[in-house]
Design a protein around this ligand. Sequence first.
Ligand code: PLP
Length: 417
Amino acid sequence: MKIIAATPASQAHTPPTVPPREEIFALADWVRLAERTSLGKMLDIGARPEILSFALGLPAPELFPAQDYATAVTQVLHRDALALQLGPPYRPLKQLIVKLMEQRGVECREGQVFLTSGAQQGLSLLARLLLNQRGQVIIEETAYTGLHMAIQPFQPKVLTVSSDAETGMDVEELERLLAGGARPAFIFAMSDGHNPLGVSLAQAKRERLVELARSFRVPIIEDDVYGLISYQDNMPAALRALDERWVFYVGSFSKIIGPALRTGWMIVPAELIPKLAIIKDLSDIDTCTLSQRAIAAYLDMGHLPAQLAAIRSEYKERRDLMIGALKKHFPEGTKWSVPAGGVFLWVTLPAGVDTIDLLKIAVEREQVAFIPGAAFGVAGDSVAKSSLRLNFTYCSRELIEEGIMRLSRALKELEVN
Ligand SMILES: Cc1ncc(COP(=O)(O)O)c(C=O)c1O
């Protein structure tokens, strides 16, 4: 368990400042303190087209349902005179989401659905709803980087709990923090398809986590963007299925239809929706009307079940191919999880390998990219230094083994130097 102040104590209460002489603009304090890391720069290089990338959590482009979606868009544009107008959140889409949530074991009502411009916006809206400047949050030691970004403007005190590779978040540590007086604005959790760990939260832990939220009256933000991408027959239900008051659910169409649609949703207590609507208004006014209506048409035409089946079966093949290649090419002592859902493998190399150093060689000499484990820790935290996150959904089957071979060569080069 760690307690980390995201803002050094010496800067804790600096008033808005006159910029130092060499700076032209007086930027907001949190932006001035926010730094682009060398890792960020490396990842820019990793995004170049000649680089084989296991870095981002992107869907396989060849599985986008472009034809069916084109039909949906055309239909909406022909039939719906308001498809290009601003408008209130589209009720038919909310109703279809209520139905979709049944697949996550969740019962909810249209009045609890809040449409967003993607899950990242959902996280950002919830941070603004719940978190005060220099408030507290509880997250796992190794957590989704977009959550760090969403809370950064509040310069919060970040309390962390560790996670087990097989069963997920350590809920006993969480209990000790809460019983010890922590009063976070929220607990951030991913119950399935965890980014970056790939782990699914054990059932007993799900129940304990929700009990703790209830008894300490702390909301859980459940990020479930990968919840519908499952490789097992009996998918566990989302945390939101266990409590409709203390679990705020965040979902998205990004991973199941396409991220460019920039459309997602939240399931929250109905009484919070008017306040969320104010924050959404000041953020981007409206979720793209055309996307809302075209997604509704696409779902209504009944295309999603086949799309989900195609994604699940192809991604499972790719996951297994990547694991097979790791077994073949990586050194003894390397460990990885076998994810039951989601799009990431979490790989831990034998102690002593720093995966930030590995990334440099991998990108510059072998033209292959991944994200080093350290990127998922809170600033200054060295947890997961010898781990790396590999996405197995974006690269075609043919390129997966090639990429893993290149990475193993980079690892050998690192050991020689
Ligand atoms: C865990 C997690 N949450 C949220 C998002 C953002 O999703 P969206 O495209 O819906 O904003 C991502 C995207 O990679 C993600 O991995």
